[in-house]
Design a protein around this ligand. Structure first.
Ligand SMILES: C[S@@+](CC[C@H](N)C(=O)[O-])C[C@H]1O[C@@H](n2cnc3c(N)ncnc32)[C@H](O)[C@@H]1O
Length: 351
C-alpha cells in the first residue's frame, strides 16, 4: 500500500512536470508569435509522434521507479527537486526571453556580452547553444541551465541521466576487490553537476571527479555538490580534448549530453581521451540524444531541433556512428540502450 502510494506520487510528480513544461512551451510560443511572428516557426509534431513520445516517457518513469526499487539508488532521489532554484530562476527565464528572440530574429548565434571572457576557448564552443544568453560563459546562464533542460525534456532530464547508474554500477562490479573509496569516476563535461549529484546518491563513497570547459558551470556544480555535507567536489576546468588526468586513472568515465555539441572530429578526439583515462576493464558510458537510425519516427523532431535550438553539430550527431567511433578508440563489448529521448552507449576498455 505504502509502495503503491509512493509510486503514484512519483508518477504524478513527473506527469505534472511534463504538463508544466508543455504549458510553458505553449505560452512562450504564443507570446513569441505575437511579438516576433517570423521567428523560428516549426511544424507541430504529429499526433502519432506525440503518442509515441508519451509512451516512451511512461516507460522511462517506470524504469526509473524500478531501478530505485532494485536499490540502484534510493527512492528519495526520485523526489530530489531544486524547488528554491525553480522559484528564483523561472521568472528570470521569462525576463531573458525577449533578448533571446531578438538574437534569433537578427541571426546572432555567437553573441556574448562585452564582459564575457572568450579567451582560450575553441571556436566551436563559442556559440549560444540553445540560444542561451552568453552561451556557457556566464553565471546567469549556469543558473538558468538546469531549468531550461527540465523544460525542454518535460521534467525527464534527471530520470534520463539516472539511466546511466545501473550500467555504471554493473560495469564497476569487476573492481569489487577494492574499497568503494578507491573507486574513481570521472564525469566529462559535467556542467552544473547534476549527474555527479545523482552518482553520489547511488555511490555514497566513490571518489567522484568532474571536468568542464565552463568556469561558471563548474562554480554552479561546486555549489550544488557542496550541499551534500562532507562533500569536497573534485572539479577541474579543462577541454575534454585534453583531459588533464593520468592514463588508466578512472574505473569509470561518463559523459552526458556532450557529444551532440561537438564537431565530428572533436567528438572522436574526446572519445579517445576518455579511452586513455579509463582503466583496463573500466567502463565508459555516453548518454546523449536519440539518433535517426534508432528513432526514425522522430526524424522531423530531430531535424527541427538543430535549427530551433541552435545546435550546429546536432544534425551530424544524429547520423553519426558512435559505436564505430568507440571501437576505433579501442573500446569493446559496446551495448546501446534507448530511454525516452536519450541514447546510451556502454563500452568497456579491454582488461
Ligand atoms: C549540454 S551541456 C551538458 C552538461 C551536463 N553534462 C548535463 O548533463 O546537463 C554540455 C556541456 O559540455 C561542456 N562542453 C562543451 N564542449 C566541451 C569541451 N570541449 N570540453 C569540456 N566541456 C565541454 C559545456 O560547457 C556544457 O557544460
Amino acid at each position: 500500500m505504502y509502495k503503491n502510494l509512493t509510486k503514484l506520487t512519483y508518477e504524478s510528480l513527473q506527469h505534472s512536470k511534463n504538463y508544466f513544461s508543455l504549458g510553458h512551451k505553449l505560452l512562450s510560443t504564443q507570446l513569441k508569435n505575437v511579438v516576433y511572428p517570423t521567428v523560428g516557426r516549426v511544424k507541430p509534431a504529429s499526433p502519432e509522434a506525440i503518442a509515441k513520445l508519451q509512451n516512451r516517457l511512461n516507460l522511462l518513469i517506470e524504469a526509473d521507479w524500478q531501478d530505485s526499487q532494485k536499490g540502484i539508488y534510493p527512492e528519495s532521489v526520485l523526489f530530489d527537486n531544486q524547488w528554491a532554484d525553480f522559484f528564483v530562476n523561472y521568472p528570470l527565464l521569462w525576463l531573458d526571453l525577449p533578448q533571446v528572440w531578438e538574437r534569433i530574429t537578427q541571426g546572432r548565434y555567437q553573441d556574448f556580452s562585452s564582459t564575457t571572457d572568450q579567451g582560450g576557448y575553441p571556436s566551436y564552443y563559442l556559440q549560444n547553444f540553445h540560444h542561451q544568453t552568453d552561451g556557457y560563459l556566464s553565471e546567469s546562464s549556469a543558473n538558468l541551465y538546469d531549468l531550461q533542460v527540465e523544460l525542454l525534456f518535460g521534467g525527464a532530464a534527471d530520470p534520463m541521466r539516472r539511466r546511466i547508474l545501473a550500467p555504471l554500477k554493473r560495469g564497476l562490479q569487476k573492481f569489487q576487490g577494492i574499497s568503494q573509496k578507491q573507486i574513481r569516476i570521472l564525469d566529462v563535461a559535467c556542467g552544473t553537476g547534476r549527474t555527479l549529484k545523482l552518482m553520489r546518491s547511488a555511490m555514497p563513497e566513490a571518489s567522484l571527479f568532474g571536468t568542464d570547459l565552463s568556469p561558471a558551470y563548474l562554480r554552479k556544480a561546486n555549489q550544488i555538490l557542496s550541499e551534500n555535507p562532507g562533500e569536497l567536489p573534485q572539479l577541474l576546468q579543462a577541454n575534454a580534448e585534453e583531459l588533464p588526468y593520468l592514463d588508466n586513472y578512472f574505473h569509470a568515465v561518463t559523459s552526458v549530453f556532450l557529444c551532440h555539441e561537438l564537431p565530428a572530429a572533436v567528438r572522436q578526439t574526446v572519445i579517445e581521451q576518455c579511452f586513455r583515462v579509463t582503466k583496463p576493464g573500466g567502463v565508459f558510458i555516453i548518454c546523449d540524444s536519440i539518433q535517426m537510425s534508432d528513432s526514425p519516427e522522430f526524424a522531423e523532431m530531430m531535424n527541427g531541433f538543430s535549427k530551433m535550438f541552435h545546435e550546429p553539430y546536432y544534425k551530424h550527431y544524429t547520423t553519426d556512428d558512435l559505436v564505430e567511433r568507440l571501437e576505433k578508440a579501442g573500446f569493446e563489448n559496446i551495448e546501446t540502450q534507448i530511454h525516452f529521448l536519450s541514447k546510451y552507449f556502454i563500452a568497456y576498455k579491454p582488461a
